[in-house]
Design a binder for this molecule. Structure first.
Ligand code: NOJ
Length: 725
């Protein structure tokens, strides 16, 4: 007779229970294993499947994945493997797939719908390649810019991060996980990973659990509400307890309190890290026990976990209920995804044409256009005037695909391949500008000027000569792959190599100087802010950065990006996030300005918007109400545009110290030249929560300032008062 677990007409719960009852302890612990194909030999990989019933592989593609899947299906119970990959900005480890801007760049769009579509495209391409699961999105907050992984975040703000994360999760997981083109999302790195003291990657986050709940939990809560299938536990410790061994934040907070029903995978070799990096376990048995007790369900790449856990579970040291809970969660997702019902992929897919198809590239281009932030535009330098006939494009990032792409593409992962040639046409800044210039009969000259890392590799005189005959100079500078990512925290965020010297020399030419920034994260660039005639921030923009920037430069697109993160004047000014606490005597370092160089939410347009008539649907409310906040926005300039209206809240008096303001809503909307739009944003009063001294989430009665405007700066915001009774 057929088994219940193979019967599609049964519920997932029935199928999971049936399968679990049939499994041996070995098979159960096998399901908890995630093996890295790049860390074992082919034979070992096969043995993990045939002899130990491994549950998952990561970074395994194409024929290798199909081969292992066939082996898995031929085992006693035929439990399919789950294949995971870091498709964090499109299926970007696959050369030929659509590559989106990094999350930080995507967040500049403040456009949840386009980000949802990016998730959808990614899911279609990943699934077409026979894979099931992306380790994305990243919900870490980018608050200390020295951290090497700022580029992977949606910026510094918990609310914006949560909204964008929920959108991309929806895109990945589609209407139903079982749809052919849906994949599992993974909210990572849970929790407070970006807060490593000093911006140090995987170091201790010296914060309280109250702070975890107040600042870092909200985006993850939104991920649970969006039914994100998996979470990844983070590398670092919180106040001395490694997250991998942290029952309080994993089992209790995430699973018991938030009711997360999916499974938790550790980060890379996190279980071993308990021994070799964090020294809270002297041997693998202790580490394995701590990891399971804390609430990790799947173990990434610590293969020694298997023997240790098997022994301890056999002896009853690890209760078998904990193993069952982990395996139940993993199997549940395998069933919900449809792995037992046709998504196991043992044959090459028929829909591989979806990978990098025109429709997907069009989504990437649309999104990239909205990801670019105009930071300066003195005397309307942009769009370029008609009399410009010759452009000099100068700088180390003008024609540098690796810098433009940034981290987590096939050029960087799983192993660096800097010289691999992209299969899809990439528009660098040089080629993008050349293409549009040619159409207008404008000539373009180019000089690299200098290197980003090596001070000796420069030809400033050559660059200046190239610039001297042009009508405008476009300098493309920033940082490079070596300065971003894991193990790449930076103490100094100034322009490296001879880039500063290059810019100062170009300025001397006396031509309008337009600076395009190509960088993983905000840099300390006060000279650029003061001296450039126009500045475009593009971060790591993927395939179409050069095209989208050129469209802005020539006025085909009106920029609408806004910063999801603040820029410092100097590395020593960090942290500069806008939602800081009050109370600092003096409110500034005596040798630094009080404000950041560029504030959260800031970004210019070719047109200008005027805000008026801020209105609240009610000025007194209770904690269960939703208040509708409306404001009139008039496009006063000559261009149609898209404006992001931002709503901040300040708790006037609270029982604990609360931030000077916090984003609690936003809306991006198109406004035609001359048009006035009334923008309405719903504010659920429960969003005005604080975490009190006993770690309870409460909305306290009293007054709240409701602040609405184009960015987070005090001077940009209209104010009304709401009273919670
Ligand atoms: C380590 C990284 O921290 C994580 O983001 C990634 O998903 C895993 N490695 C797998 O590559």
């Amino acid at each position: 007779m057929g088994c219940i677990y193979k019967d599609k007409t049964r519920t997932v719960a029935e199928r999971v229970n049936d399968l679990l009852e049939r499994m041996t302890l070995e098979e159960k612990i096998g399901q908890m294993m995630q093996i890295s194909f790049t860390s074992v030999s082919r034979k070992e990989a096969e043995e993990w499947v045939t002899e130990r019933c491994a549950g998952s592989f990561l970074h395994t593609l194409g024929d290798d994945a199909r081969h292992l899947q066939k082996l898995a299906l031929s085992t006693r119970l035929g439990i399919p493997l789950l294949f995971g990959i870091d498709a964090v900005r499109g299926h970007a480890l696959h050369n030929g797939a659509t590559i989106f801007p990094t999350q930080l760049a995507m967040a500049c769009s403040w456009n949840p719908e386009l980000i949802r579509m990016a998730g959808r495209v990614t899911a279609r391409e990943v699934s077409a390649d026979g894979l099931h699961w992306t380790f994305s999105p990243i919900l870490c907050l980018g608050r200390d810019l020295r951290w090497g992984r700022i580029n992977e975040t949606f910026g510094e703000d918990p609310y914006l991060t949560g909204v964008l994360a929920a959108s991309i999760i929806q895109g990945y997981q589609g209407d139903s996980l079982s749809d052919a083109d849906s994949i599992l999302a993974c909210a990572k790195h849970y929790i407070a990973y970006g807060e490593g003291t000093g911006g140090r990657d995987a170091y201790d986050s010296q914060i309280s659990i109250r702070k975890v709940r107040e600042v870092f939990l909200p985006p993850f809560r939104k991920a649970v509400e969006a039914r994100c299938a998996t979470f990844m536990s983070s590398y670092q410790s919180i106040d001395g307890t490694p997250v991998t061994a942290n029952k309080k934040v994993l089992r209790k907070l995430l699973k018991d309190e938030l009711g997360f029903e999916g499974f938790v995978v550790t980060d890379w070799d996190n279980t071993l890290s308990l021994i070799v990096n964090q020294h809270v376990a002297g041997d693998m048995e202790t580490a394995a026990r701590k990891a399971v007790e804390a609430g990790n369900d799947m173990i990434m790449n610590t293969n020694a976990f298997y023997d240790a856990a098997l022994k301890l579970a056999g002896e009853g040291v690890i209760p078998v209920e904990l193993i069952d809970d982990a395996v139940r969660r993993i199997l549940k997702m395998k069933f919900e995804l449809g792995l037992f019902d046709g998504k196991a992929y043992t044959q090459p897919g028929t829909n591989t044409d979806a990978i990098g198809c025109e429709e997907h590239l069009a989504v990437a281009l649309d999104l990239t256009r909205e990801c670019i932030v105009l930071l300066e535009n003195r005397n309307n330098t942009l769009p370029l005037a008609e009399m410009v006939k010759k452009i000099a494009v100068i700088g180390p990032n003008a024609d540098n695909i690796q810098s433009q792409f940034g981290d987590w593409t096939f050029l960087s992962h799983p192993t660096p391949k800097p010289h691999e040639v992209p299969k899809l046409p990439v528009r660098t800044f040089l080629s993008g500008i050349m293409e549009l210039a040619e159409k207008r009969g404008i000539s373009v000259t180019y000089h690299r000027g200098c290197d980003i890392m090596n001070k000796d590799d420069e030809d400033i005189a050559g660059a200046v000569e190239c610039a001297s005959t042009a009508d405008v100079v476009i300098a493309v500078v920033g940082d490079c792959l070596e300065q971003n990512g894991e193990y790449k925290d930076r103490a100094d965020l100034a322009l490296s190599g001879s880039q500063q010297k290059l810019l100062e020399s170009l300025k001397q030419c006396g031509k309008p100087l337009i600076v395009i920034l190509v960088n993983g994260k905000p840099l300390a660039i006060p000279w650029v802010a003061k001296n450039a005639d126009a500045v475009l921030e593009t971060f790591n923009s993927g395939l179409f950065g050069g095209k989208a920037a050129a469209e802005i430069i020539f006025g085909e697109v009106n920029p609408s990006g806004k910063l999801p993160i603040s820029f410092p004047y100097h590395s020593g000014q960090l942290p500069v996030y806008y939602n800081h606490l009050p109370g600092w005597h003096g409110g500034r370092y005596m040798d630094m300005p009080e404000k950041p160089l560029y504030s959260f939410g800031y970004g210019l347009s070719f047109t200008s918007y005027e805000y008026s008539n801020l209105h609240l649907s009610h000025t007194a409310c209770s904690a269960d109400d939703t208040v509708t906040v409306s404001v009139d926005v008039t496009n006063k300039g000559p261009y149609d545009g898209k404006e992001t209206v931002q709503l901040y809240v300040k708790d006037v008096i609270s029982s604990v110290v609360t931030p000077v303001k916090q984003l609690k809503g936003f809306m991006k909307t198109e406004i035609k030249s001359g048009e006035t739009k009334t923008v309405k944003i719903d504010l659920p009063v429960r969003e005005l929560f604080i975490i009190d001294e006993n770690e309870n989430q409460v909305v306290e009665p009293g007054e709240f300032e409701i602040l609405v405007g184009p960015d987070s700066r005090d001077e940009s915001l209209l104010k009304a008062v709401l009273t919670v009774v």
